[in-house]
Design a protein around this ligand. Structure first.
Ligand SMILES: NC(=O)c1ccc[n+]([C@@H]2O[C@H](COP(=O)([O-])OP(=O)(O)OC[C@H]3O[C@@H](n4cnc5c(N)ncnc54)[C@H](O)[C@@H]3O)[C@@H](O)[C@H]2O)c1
Length: 448
């Protein structure tokens, strides 16, 4: 727990900009019972491929009161690169863990860690989160989160048992437009929201094989699994807009899939040749996947997903309410203020027109820093800042374990729906009915 004196220490520390002094004091090893600089947040990172390395940089660039104490990766070159980042940025040497796939458990057991950030391939995220919680650490995990219903429940139950915080690092929720829509909904601008669309359509085929031609976890995802296998970039904002787990819940899902594996196969043949071993791979995943999700309160979400479509990156969203609509591909129409009337006379307006009034405070106050240093156009800055805030203020995060489990459940529900020919599949309620009370998560971080 962080007490007020610790917060005061931390504030003073930040005001005085004592980063160098803190870094120097970290050179001494920190062991149980030993005094340590109370203002420092000590983080261990598991999985330092491109994403994990980026998190290390982001943490150290934007948060002087954060230090990275330990790093784990089974690939030594990745581990070395991440250790080097910390050395260059802080002058300290984090402990390294690289002795096999379960060495991360030794990192989790360290006494000198406040939290563990996990950025490994998707198959590991759920179980590593559970192990971090069992070791008494707060945790943050990357998308696409837990993969099975057992993993989702495991994370939820372990969080409840441990009392530790879990933040799901779904960064697209932190986009300027996505947060602005959230703010506008909270100001009643759209009336009652009842329909939303979200998508993640990102041609990732260049990442299906490593430079040596070996299939990667992203390629395996496409080869071995099907359905909405990486759903949260499209779904997270929709759920926040429709108050999922805060007064409503995802109830059922129906999924349809287009043209099994053509685009993945075509690209593989072009890349490796028709006679290659890779060209014989049968990709189970469809080229395009759409899920329709209903909520307990009779609302609906449409979720589009593809990581193999031939087109530039596109992530589109729509929010429909009783007083207006935002379509990221067309603009915004608000009954009370847009020109014309709904229907033939109406005209879409640019969302930017409403920015002076409704831009989210995160972007208004820190938009420039986010764009400059945060990654993915700034969304990572806000996402990681919330993770640090969770630790600094000892508060449940905005995107918590219940959101992680709920949003991830589309992975196995969409597969089940496809197995049943597109039938409606009931979705689990990870809140055990608490969602009915919109204020049951009142004590957590408030975003607007
Ligand atoms: N939110 C986003 O915008 C975003 C963007 C990219 C990646 N991601 C997520 O971040 C994660 C990592 O992505 P990436 O592109 O860096 O992948 P990557 O495969 O390049 O890197 C993953 C790293 O984890 C390591 N690893 C694998 N198993 C391990 C184990 N048992 N113990 C320790 N280390 C292990 C690998 O050696 C590798 O260095 C994925 O879950 C991915 O979905 C999210």
């Amino acid at each position: 727990m962080i007490d007020e004196s610790r917060n005061l220490d931390r504030r003073r520390f930040l005001q005085q900009g004592l980063v160098g002094a803190a870094a120097a004091s970290l050179a001494a090893p920190l062991t149980r019972g030993q005094d340590r600089p109370s203002q420092l947040i000590r983080i261990g990172v598991i999985g330092v491929g491109p994403r994990g390395q980026w998190h290390v940089r982001n943490l150290l660039t934007n948060h002087p009161d954060v230090t990275v104490v330990a790093i784990c990766d089974i690939q030594e070159d990745h581990l070395d690169a991440a250790v080097q980042i910390v050395k260059e940025m802080r002058g300290t040497t984090p402990a390294g863990y690289a002795k096999g796939e379960y060495d991360y458990r030794n990192l989790c057991q360290r006494d000198d860690l406040d939290a563990v950030l996990i950025a490994t391939p998707v198959y590991w995220l759920g179980r590593m989160t559970v192990d971090a919680l069992r070791a008494g650490k707060h945790a943050a995990l990357e998308v696409a989160g837990p993969q099975t219903e057992e993993e989702c429940w495991g994370m939820v139950r372990e969080k409840q048992k441990s009392g530790k915080h879990v933040m799901f690092l779904e960064n697209c929720c932190y986009g300027n437009e996505n947060m602005m829509i959230y703010n506008m909904i909270n100001h009643g601008v759209f009336g009652e929201p009842y329909y939303a669309e979200g998508s993640y359509v990102h041609d990732c085929r260049s990442l299906f094989f490593d430079p040596g031609g070996k299939i990667t976890w992203r390629g395996e995802l496409q080869r071995d699994r099907y359905g909405s296998t990486y759903p949260q970039h499209g779904l997270g904002s929709n759920c926040k807009w429709l108050q999922i787990n805060d007064g409503d819940r995802l109830e059922s899902c129906q999924t349809m899939m287009a043209s099994g594996g053509h685009e993945s196969h075509l690209r593989t043949v072009t890349q490796f040749g028709p006679g290659s071993e890779q060209a014989r791979i049968q990709f189970k995943q469809g080229d395009f996947v759409t899920s329709l999700i209903s909520t307990a309160k009779g609302r609906m979400i449409r979720l589009d997903y593809s990581i193999c479509c031939t087109r530039p990156y596109s992530r589109y969203y729509l929010l429909q309410g009783t007083k207006g609509c935002w379509d990221s591909r067309s603009g915004v129409f608000l009954e009370d203020s847009s020109p014309g009337k709904s229907g033939a006379e109406g005209a879409w307006e640019p969302l930017a027109k409403y920015e002076p009034t409704y831009q989210h405070p995160y972007w208004r106050e820190n938009g420039a820093a986010a764009r400059r240093t945060g990654g993915h156009g700034g969304i990572d800055y806000h996402c990681i800042s919330d993770f640090v805030k969770m630790l600094r203020e000892d508060q449940e995060p905005w995107i918590d374990v219940f959101d992680a489990a709920t949003w991830s459940s589309i992975i196995f529900c969409s597969k089940l729906s496809l197995d049943r020919g597109g039938a409606r599949v009931d979705m689990p309620d990870f809140t055990d009915g608490k969602w009915k009370d919109p204020s049951w998560r009142k004590g957590r971080m408030q975003i607007s």
